[in-house]
Design a protein around this ligand. Structure first.
Ligand SMILES: Nc1ncnc2c1ncn2[C@@H]1O[C@H](COP(=O)(O)OP(=O)(O)O)[C@@H](O)[C@H]1O
Ligand SMILES: [Mg+2]
Length: 263
């Protein structure tokens, strides 16, 4: 039974559960163990473990107090850099709880900020560097201004390879009592294009229709040219509306076969 969002439910919570980014994990784990963390810049494509690694660091550092010492912000939030600065200020005002002398702020999609906004961010990072460490995430480090880059340890995440994605996917397949044919698994890897979040979302959409995952079902979802459709199926499934999820999928299959594609 589908109960929640699998990318959240099955998100790795330990360093050794993160696949494909071995060098990064090794270096970040060493920094975490030393309890001496510089500002970090996680660069790379979507769905490769950037947010997940930030969370693992925070949980390892602060243990049960992690929530009090962690602030997550999204730079592409339409309200802009001033809201970011305001939130950072409020969060940084109080001392960290526990042994670690700083708190951690995760700023997702930092490359969505204009260069001017990044200058403001840089000043904020400097002002609070004693009490806060920043973990910035971005798709392209080249879109981050040099003064910020030079203040961060930079880690470049890569797309996941087929063999690397097997572990997280099999964990879900077992945990959810699904069956999947080797061909279907192959198609799932291909369709994910190295993005683990996409692979998991595709798997969950398909599983909302049948727990026997065939290559036919998977290809139908993947070959649908509209990612929007996949989102709708997933939303129905998450709300427990399996009937609608199934209908939407059948509808898609019909449309595809009419358009002459190999379903
Ligand atoms: N390297 C990885 N190892 C294991 N699971 C991963 C990895 N990267 C992504 N995932 C899975 O995909 C989901 C999205 O990953 P996330 O860390 O949020 O990606 P992003 O790089 O976009 O921040 C996670 O919940 C996790 O289940
Ligand atoms: Mg992320």
């Amino acid at each position: 039974m589908v109960s929640g969002i699998w990318t959240e439910e099955y998100r790795p919570s330990k360093f050794d559960e993160l696949v494909g980014q071995d060098e990064i994990v090794k270096r970040v784990q060493a920094l975490t163990n030393s309890m001496n963390i510089p500002h970090l810049l996680f660069a790379g494509p979507a769905g490769t473990g950037k947010s997940t690694l930030a969370l693992i660091v925070v949980k390892e550092l602060f243990k049960k107090n992690w929530k009090e010492n962690y602030l997550e912000l999204n730079a592409s939030d339409e309200r802009g850099i001033n809201v970011v600065r305001e939130k950072v200020k409020n969060f940084a005002r109080t001392k960290s709880l526990g042994e670690v002398p700083f708190k951690i702020i995760f700023l997702d999609e930092a490359d969505a900020l204009t260069p001017e906004a990044q200058q403001a961010l840089r000043r904020t990072m400097e002002n609070y560097s004693v009490t806060c460490r920043f973990v910035l995430s971005c798709n392209y480090s080249s879109k981050i201004i040099d003064p910020i880059q030079s203040r961060c340890a930079i880690f470049r995440f890569k797309l996941l390879e087929k063999k690397e994605m097997g572990k997280p996917l099999m964990k879900i397949i077992q945990g959810e009592n699904l069956t999947i044919t080797p061909e279907a698994l192959e198609i799932l890897y291909e369709g994910s294009e190295g993005d683990c979040r996409r692979a998991i979302n595709l798997l969950q959409s398909t599983a909302s229709v049948s727990s026997n995952i065939t290559d036919e079902l998977i290809s139908t979802i993947i070959s649908s040219t509209k990612p929007k459709d996949v989102k709708i199926i997933l939303d129905y499934a998450l709300s427990g509306d399996f009937q609608n999820a199934k209908e939407k999928l059948l509808d898609m299959m019909l449309r595809e076969s009419i358009s002459g594609q190999d379903v």
